[in-house]
Design a protein around this ligand. Structure first.
Ligand SMILES: Cc1cc2nc3c(=O)[nH]c(=O)nc-3n(C[C@H](O)[C@H](O)[C@H](O)COP(=O)(O)OP(=O)(O)OC[C@H]3O[C@@H](n4cnc5c(N)ncnc54)[C@H](O)[C@@H]3O)c2cc1C
Length: 437
């Protein structure tokens, strides 16, 4: 029997068990032939070696929250569920590093780090369930990227099992390095197509102790976008600067009843630091923003509830929605918002847009009943507009199955080099085949 060195209770074969591994948070589906739940690097190596010999496709999987189809298996593939490898191996407090197994959940790691006064900032919306392995594989980020950057900025060192079972450890525990190519960085965002992470060392930061937040209402998206430009170019460095357009605000209000203002657009802003300076910075940002209405947050969590409810509320309204993830330079925010409005009108598709405006990452959400050619054309136009403004088709969700058809638009001949690297590292194409390209 294939892979029979994995014990029966960690070797899933029943149809109802396989079904739970057939999807992610998109509408892509694919039935696995077998699910293996390794508990150690050595088991991963054994699995990969057998897969290499037999040419069996392997799909690494964390929590399965991907918004790109990344962990959805091709028919009959072996899914490698890494969630049992969930040890926080060590927090090296003096070096501000944490070494973890890939199945550690983001929220659990940060809870653990609180007692050390440290944190790992990226903060994706799915942070209470998604794994560090999945975050590294997609270069995940979230509302704090505007100040703190993305997962890539925190990966110090990796342990990676390659397609033929060799194990490499790119990166370093040192604070910096000029020694050769940045191979650890190169594996970040590889979506399970180049290697399987079995151990990850993350750089950490001291956790701020003071926060000041506010919700700002504007007559329209253009005014909100201009405020974002002013705040960012002033150098005030907000920790969070989030945007919700009118459609999003109305839908959240419809389902959540949070008492949101009847605004053309909302911004949510947060300053952080280690003293009351955060309050002063917030006041300066509010002066610059010149909003119609401001609500300061004594209860930050209540303020954030509206933003966190955006995707769930839109999904309730339009269960088959298609969520996009385009990112442009901040100065181009007003233009991309205008283009989104034109695309919505031109193709007759309602679009609700929200996202991390402070770093130019927007989630235009197509509120469709089904995928059809009209939607594909509208998406293509959105990507073309994004690229013409110097942006990228995915700011944080990755390519997976969802966007692979559009990779040529963005990368041109660089895409050939990516394919050559994939062929060199995975000549039999067994690691997450059919994704990214
Ligand atoms: C409600 C909701 C909100 C979200 N908000 C955000 C957000 O704010 N920001 C954001 O970036 N994303 C967001 N996401 C998308 C998703 O949560 C992230 O992409 C997350 O990083 C995926 O982690 P995961 O553990 O679920 O990985 P999975 O979905 O299981 O896998 C993702 C990819 O990583 C690969 N992979 C997983 N583990 C490994 C490993 N150990 N080695 C090699 N490859 C591996 C898989 O093959 C797959 O290609 C959201 C999703 C949902 C459902």
């Amino acid at each position: 029997m294939p892979f029979d060195f994995i014990s029966e209770e960690r070797r899933l074969t029943q149809p109802e068990e396989l079904l739970t591994y057939s999807y992610d948070a998109t509408d892509h589906r694919g039935r696995a032939g077998l699910v293996l739940r390794p508990v150690s690097k050595d088991e991963v190596v054994e699995i990969v070696k057998e897969a290499y010999e037999t040419g069996t496709p392997i799909v690494p999987r964390g929590a399965g929250t991907s918004l790109s189809g990344g962990p959805v298996p091709e028919e009959g593939a072996v899914v490698l569920d890494l969630t049992l490898m969930d040890r926080i191996i060590e927090v090296q407090e003096r070096d501000r590093l944490a070494t973890v197994e890939p199945g550690v959940v983001y929220g659990r790691l940060n809870k653990h780090l609180e007692s050390h006064g440290l944190f790992f900032p990226p903060d994706p919306g799915s942070g209470s369930v998604c794994t560090i392995g999945g975050m590294v594989a997609t270069n995940s980020s979230g509302i704090r990227a505007v100040k703190y950057g993305t997962t890539r900025d925190y990966v110090a060192r990796l342990e990676v099992v390659l397609a033929d079972g060799r194990v490499i450890e790119p990166g370093t525990y040192a604070r910096k390095s000029s020694s050769g190519y940045d191979l650890a960085g190169f594996f970040v965002g590889s979506e399970g197509t180049l290697g399987i992470f079995t151990e990850i060392t993350l750089r950490l930061l001291p956790k701020p102790t003071h926060y000041a937040a506010a919700r700002l209402a504007f007559p329209g998206a253009a005014e909100a976008a201009r405020a974002v430009g002013k705040i960012i170019s002033s150098g005030l460095n907000p920790a969070v600067l989030e945007f919700m357009d009118k459609n999003t605000v109305q839908t959240v209000e419809k389902y959540m009843g949070l008492g949101l203002p009847e605004a053309g657009a909302l911004l949510l802003i947060e300053m952080d630091g280690f003293d009351q300076g955060a309050d002063l910075l917030l006041e300066k940002a509010l002066d610059l923003a010149d909003a119609e209405e401001v609500e300061r947050g004594t209860d930050r969590q209540a303020l954030w509830r509206a933003r966190k409810a955006a995707l769930p509320s839109l999904a309730r309204y339009a269960p088959n929605l298609v969520l996009e993830d385009v990112t442009v330079p901040i100065s181009k925010l007003p233009e991309i918002l205008e283009r989104i409005g034109e695309i919505s009108k031109g193709y007759g598709i309602p679009i609700a847009t929200f996202g991390h405006a402070g770093d130019g990452n927007l989630h235009p959400t197509f509120l469709v009943e089904e995928r059809d050619e009209n939607l594909e054309e509208a998406m293509k136009e959105l990507f073309q507009a994004t690229l013409s403004l110097g942006g990228t088709i995915s700011g944080e969700h990755g390519v997976g199955l969802e966007k692979k058809g559009f990779m040529g638009l963005e990368h041109g001949t660089s895409l050939d080099l990516m394919k050559k690297i994939k062929a060199e590292l995975d000549p039999k194409n067994i690691l997450n085949p059919g994704k990214v390209f």
